[in-house]
Design a protein around this ligand. Structure first.
Ligand SMILES: Cc1cc2nc3c(=O)[nH]c(=O)nc-3n(C[C@H](O)[C@H](O)[C@H](O)COP(=O)(O)OP(=O)(O)OC[C@H]3O[C@@H](n4cnc5c(N)ncnc54)[C@H](O)[C@@H]3O)c2cc1C
Ligand code: SF4
Length: 328
């Protein structure tokens, strides 16, 4: 047991000032990821600042229709919120596909975005890992990569981001709202998580010591249908091998708007811009969906051992879009 100090933050300002100039301090929300990392020896903070009880647990509709989700809203509460269920089925389904009921009751919106990769080597401190210790090497390359990236990886890291919720939020053009010593900031969720490049230790663009306070989700376009499809080794309680968050607007047989993000395939939720471009204005047919999936996966670079994920992702994109196009 490595000793650490515990502070229960009384306000957002208290949380931010308490960790200022303390690079070894961490925020604690539901603790379902952080506490595991402390037990495994991945993290050894000297100060844990509890932000799970701050008044950041509301889901509000803003006058322009934006849904503002507080950082501490529990995954189970967000999944069952009536506005999420009716306007953003893709988000409700993504949340409900994750973890277990008990975990979703504790897991928060901010903690879910900032959860770290489930790469087995990252979690095993006896093996080299550039994400844990930069410069140490990547044990996954040449190792067990069933759950690893096929898009956007680097020679330094081939891990994927494990969140389901973040994939839905990436498709919905959500914004992450955070506070640091300079005040409040907003970042599109699609720019929040990073590709690994030569700094796989940095998962996101969140500045050190910044506290996420909310996620804002704009209203969906008129007539939008959305869903989330997750493919995994077990029917529940398993991370995605691949997943697709998709929203379509179909008018008179043609796609007028498409927003798609992929999960389980890259170091960040992968917004499928090429596929969206091909689909917009195209007939809502399986042929269009196939062309869109092919274009998005053209640059896929699977590793020896996860080649199957390219075809699996292609089929999952086509199946998800077909399902949406057939919805009444
Ligand atoms: C067995 C198991 C199975 C799982 N399966 C899935 C799955 O299938 N899909 C899925 O998406 N997830 C899954 N998860 C992950 C789970 O969703 C995350 O552990 C959870 O969402 C993290 O939220 P938390 O509030 O507990 O975060 P914590 O563990 O408290 O924190 C996580 C990180 O977020 C930081 N943090 C928390 N709040 C803030 C804030 N407001 N501002 C800045 N930083 C903050 C912490 O410092 C820490 O770095 C699983 C977890 C387990 C243990
Ligand atoms: S894939 Fe990334 S997280 Fe996994 S061992 Fe390599 S560097 Fe570490």
């Amino acid at each position: 047991m490595i000793p650490f100090a515990y502070h229960r933050a009384s306000s957002v300002a208290d949380a931010v000032t308490t960790v200022a100039d303390r690079p070894d301090a961490v925020f604690l929300a539901g603790g379902t990821n952080l506490v595991d990392h402390m037990k495994l020896g991945i993290l050894e903070p000297s100060l844990v600042v509890d932000v799970g009880h701050l008044p950041l647990s509301d889901v509000d509709q803003l006058p322009d229709g934006t849904l503002r989700v507080g950082a501490d809203v529990r995954n189970s509460d967000l999944a069952t919120h009536p506005v999420v269920r009716s306007r953003y089925p893709v988000l409700a389904r993504a949340l409900l596909s994750a973890a277990s009921g008990q975990l979703r009751n504790l897991a928060t919106t901010a903690g879910n975005l900032l959860q770290r990769t489930r790469c087995v080597y990252f979690q095993d401190v006896t093996t080299p890992c550039n994400k844990r210790t930069p410069g140490e090497g990547c044990s996954a390359i040449g190792g067990y990569v069933r759950y690893h990236a096929i898009l956007g990886a680097s020679e330094h890291c081939v891990a994927v981001h494990p969140s389901d919720m973040a994939v839905a939020m990436a498709a919905l053009d959500a914004y992450v709202v955070f506070v640091d010593g300079d005040g409040e900031h907003r970042l599109p969720l699609t720019e929040f998580h990073r590709l690994p490049g030569d700094r796989p230790d940095r998962d996101t663009e969140l500045p050190p010591g910044a506290l996420i306070t909310a996620v804002e989700i704009p209203p969906p376009p008129h007539g939008a249908r959305s869903t989330y499809r997750k493919v995994r080794d077990r029917a529940s309680y398993a991370f995605a091998l691949t997943s697709v968050a998709a929203e379509l607007v179909v008018d008179d047989g043609a796609v007028t708007s498409a927003r798609i993000a992929l999960g389980g395939v890259a170091h960040k939720p992968w917004r499928a811009r090429r596929a969206e471009e091909i689909l917009t204005g195209a007939p809502a047919t399986e042929d269009s969906f196939r062309r869109a999936a092919d274009a998005e996966l053209e640059d896929a670079q699977p590793l020896p051992g996860n080649e199957f994920k390219v075809e699996l992702t292609r089929r999952t994109v086509i199946a998800t879009l077909t399902e949406l196009s057939e919805q009444r």
